[in-house]
Write a protein that binds this ligand. Structure first.
Ligand code: SF4
Length: 210
């Protein structure tokens, strides 16, 4: 990142962090995706039960591979043959839940759209601690911009990744479909961590995920 872009990004991050802290979220900033794993290793107690929300960001940071090393008790939703819904239910009572967010507003809110809803459910209630790893590309000014980001980028790109039979893959943006394979069911704006510090937003100053 050049110094001019970095100055503006830092101003935006400062504003987001100020507002997130006002809303009782905990926050950290990491310079690179390579710093995510050491950060989480230091934060998560050995033997903790850990579940994850679907996330390209966590995979890109090597988190999923690390979770499988035995350091923690990983509720591995990706394990072949696993009952995924049962894994989702167990994830709701995990010690730790890891996820990214579709968007974070400078006003200090998390904005997410889920299909099954396991990710936003765990974010709101259940796991004792939630870490939300967010690339700088997810930072937006307003809720409206967050929804646009989801409709124009996150959801269509996830449909493409998951090979869903949805019209957004054909036209390149959301058309608010009602087809069987739609992945958008729960649109959630989380404006506060009800338990102070339960939700920890970890910004990474690189583009990560959709
Ligand atoms: S509502 Fe339908 S068209 Fe819109 S992003 Fe979701 S799956 Fe795609």
């Amino acid at each position: 990142m050049d110094i001019h872009s970095e100055k503006i990004i830092n101003q935006q991050l400062d504003r987001a962090i100020r507002n997130l802290r006002l809303h009782q979220f905990e926050t950290s900033i990491l310079e690179k995706k390579e710093h995510v794993l050491p950060f989480l290793e230091a934060q998560i107690e050995q033997g903790s039960s850990v579940a994850v929300g679907g996330s390209m960001t966590l995979a890109a940071c090597g988190v999923i591979d690390w979770l499988r090393t035995g350091h923690v008790s990983f509720i591995d939703r990706y394990q072949p043959g696993i009952d995924v819904n049962e894994a989702f239910r167990r994830g709701l009572s995990a010690d730790v839940f890891l996820m990214s967010s579709n968007a974070v507003t400078l006003e200090g809110e998390l904005v997410n759209t889920d299909g099954t809803g396991n990710r936003v459910s765990a974010l709101i209630f259940g796991p004792k601690k939630v870490y939300v790893v967010v690339g700088i590309n997810k930072l937006v000014f307003t809720r409206e911009e967050a929804q646009e980001r989801i409709r124009q980028k996150a959801a269509p790109m996830n449909c493409e990744r998951l090979d869903r039979d949805t019209p957004c893959r054909l036209v390149g943006e959301c058309v608010d479909c009602n087809v069987a394979q739609r992945i958008c069911s729960a649109n959630v704006v989380l404006s506060r961590s009800h338990v102070p510090g339960r939700i920890h937003i970890v910004f990474v100053k690189e583009a990560l995920g959709y």
